[in-house]
Ligand binder design. Structure first.
Ligand code: G
Ligand code: G
Ligand code: MN
Ligand code: NA
Length: 255
């Protein structure tokens, strides 16, 4: 069985779902939103993280359907939390290169939100530099602009791991940057990571972009980031990606 076929079956069975990792405000510790991260309840292999099916996101046959399914499920989860009077903040979904094959990606995304009854202020999208550089630069820029104008925030993911990052900040309508966790891991031990993260935080301040640090695992890392002016953080220090069914509980009790 090819992965694409298995994924198609997984989608049909509703077995590929978003988990949610909280994004917290470093100053207050409050949850300001979530990143949606796909998980696959595989019939034989159990709960799979994306590493086990990463190629599917960019599969020309199945990648777009996979992305659309995750976005649709996120919108439904958001609607249900909002209807219960909860404040989930803003939820970011990851967009893959395959999804940009559709020139009407922005319109489809916005129509899906409108049909589900979720305000655009509740959504964000994350794209990596790989997506920006994927050969559909004009299309990507155009789609992101339309989403941005409609009120959806755009985050540049894995910032610093690609190249020409600074050009991207000019060319694409980026609202925030996410510092890759490879720079956060050894932050309190490695002088190079300190220099890089400090520079990214300064860049964010100069350009008026919010910065989220990914992969924050220790209190020391969080303190360093907060002192450097970092706004938001995600990581195991706060919470792992969590099933949708547990989010109302998380939102009402706090971290
Ligand atoms: O959840 P985990 O840390 O294992 O995710 C690994 C990678 O898979 C991350 O880089 C993340 O961006 C990517 N990923 C997770 N869910 C999605 C998704 O719904 N769409 C896309 N395109 N990538 C995702
Ligand atoms: O590339 P992207 O940022 O979308 O990937 C997020 C991935 O990072 C997810 O697979 C998630 O499970 C993982 N992750 C989230 N927080 C932490 C953390 O604190 N430590 C580690 N090692 N991985 C994390
Ligand atoms: Mn991401
Ligand atoms: Na990332």
């Amino acid at each position: 069985v090819t992965v694409a076929r298995e994924i198609r079956a997984g989608l049909a069975e509703g077995g590929i779902v978003p988990f949610y990792q909280p994004k917290v405000h470093l100053g207050t510790g409050a949850i300001v939103g979530f990143e949606a991260l796909a998980r696959w309840h595989h019939p034989a292999r159990g709960l799979l993280a994306p590493a086990a099916f990463a190629s599917a996101f960019d599969d020309p046959e199945i990648g777009a359907a996979l992305g659309a399914s995750i976005a649709q499920q996120v919108a439904r989860d958001l609607r249900s939390w909002l209807a219960s009077g909860l404040d989930p903040g803003r939820v970011f979904v990851n967009l893959s290169t395959a999804q940009f094959a559709d020139r009407d990606l922005a319109e489809s995304f916005l129509a899906m939100l409108a049909a589900t009854g979720v305000p655009t202020e509740r959504l964000g999208v994350e794209v990596t530099e790989t997506v920006l550089l994927g050969g559909r630069g004009e299309r990507v820029s155009d789609v992101l602009k339309r989403l941005h104008v409609a009120g959806i925030r755009v985050a540049l993911d894995d910032f610093g791991t690609g190249y020409a990052s600074l050009t991207h900040l000019k060319r694409f309508p980026v609202d925030e940057i996410k510092v890759d966790r490879s720079f956060i891991n050894d932050l309190t031990r490695d002088v190079n990571d300190v220099a890089i993260v400090t520079a990214v935080l300064q860049l964010g301040r100069s350009l008026g972009l919010d910065v989220t640090a990914e992969g924050v695992e220790t209190v020391e890392q969080a303190r360093f980031l907060e002192a450097g002016g970092c706004s938001f953080a995600q990581g195991y220090l706060y919470a792992k990606p969590t099933a949708a069914s547990r989010i109302p509980w998380l939102l009402s009790k706090g971290l």
